[in-house]
Design a protein around this ligand. Structure first.
Ligand code: NCD
Length: 315
């Protein structure tokens, strides 16, 4: 691999080029093999300190980053910070200054406000990885999704990918729309008008309001969690009605290609955006693979970022 991944931080998919994405995916394929061995450990991050700073609840993403760091030999520390209401900016920057004094090399941050991770990256010396900021971006999720798709379908370009559901509140959808556009996939979004972001036109995606129409000929069906914690008004008639119109069951899935794969970033609301019979159908669902690919993709990202950390400090 000759392409140099010339980034200090991973704040979003925005700012990456197709060669950057391919570099991450190619290296991640190698880490999948390492993760399936009995000895899962290497020393790529030996001597480096990784802090996982989570201002928002997370199970799988935090566990995934923790395992990824440990398997690469880093010292990993987890910090969960519960913030209540106002003065979050202050808390964030105070925390950043405190952590910075401990000389971490990699900081993985999840925060409920869009843009908070970038702000933090400007205040610390470490490489910063965005593990989800508000409804803005979740770049490692898009990379693990791309890895899952590429392994299942052999490519990304000219695949038809339908992203369905609560696009408006989803950083996963945003990062995926940018990445899939970059890699020349054909992206569709299927959602009720109330769950589409106002700037949807700028992503170069096709918009549908009906599952049957939108799923026709799709190679990949990506479901999104209904993010009720981010909704401040009335977006939906009821969860029942939502399932009826936008929930993925086998009947709706039948409109996609026969070999279409089904994805979901988790956590799932079974019976709301996805029927259990589809989620657990191992012939179609790659939801468990997504979790496996998450560890490998995060190892690849941290490996590539760590290559840009200077070997020895002069001071
Ligand atoms: C996603 C997130 O936090 O944005 N989940 C995840 O990273 N596993 C999607 C979601 O919460 O719906």
């Amino acid at each position: 691999m000759t392409h140099h991944f010339a980034h200090r931080h991973l704040l979003g998919i925005e700012g990456l080029g197709p060669l950057d994405v391919t570099a991450v995916l190619d290296l991640a394929d190698e880490y999948v093999l390492q993760n399936r061995r009995r000895d899962k450990k290497s020393s790529v991050l030996r001597g480096l300190t990784q802090i996982n700073l989570f201002f928002e609840n997370s199970t799988r993403t935090q566990a995934s980053f923790e395992l990824a760091g440990k398997r690469l030999g880093a010292d990993v520390m987890n910090m969960s910070v519960k913030t209540s209401s106002i003065a979050k900016g202050e808390t964030l920057l105070d925390t950043a200054a405190t952590l910075n004094a401990m000389h971490p090399d990699l900081i993985v941050v999840r925060h409920q406000h869009s843009g908070a991770v970038k702000l933090l990256s400007e205040k610390v010396d470490a490489s910063v990885i965005n593990a989800g900021d508000g409804r803005h971006e979740h770049p490692t999720q898009a990379l693990l999704d791309a890895l899952t798709i590429r392994r299942a379908k052999g490519r990304l370009h000219r695949l038809t990918v339908a992203i369905c559901g609560d696009v408006a509140h989803s950083r996963v959808a945003r990062s995926n729309m940018i990445l899939l556009g970059l890699m020349e996939a054909r992206v569709r979004v299927i959602a009720p008008p109330t769950l589409l972001p106002p700037d949807i036109d700028k992503y170069g995606v096709e918009v549908f309001h009906d599952m049957e129409e939108g799923l026709k000929g799709a190679d990949v069906v990506m479901m999104l969690r209904l993010q009720q914690e981010r909704m401040d008004g009335a977006f939906l008639p009821s969860r029942r009605e939502y399932f009826h119109r936008f929930g993925l069951d086998h009947q709706k899935l039948a409109h996609a290609k026969d070999d279409a794969i089904v994805m979901h970033p988790g956590p799932m609301n079974r019976g709301v955006e996805i029927d259990s019979l589809v989620a657990d159908d191992l012939a179609r669902s790659v939801i468990a693979e997504q979790v496996e690919m998450g560890v490998a993709a995060r190892m690849a990202v941290m490996d590539l970022l760590a290559r840009n950390i200077p070997a020895e400090d002069a001071g």
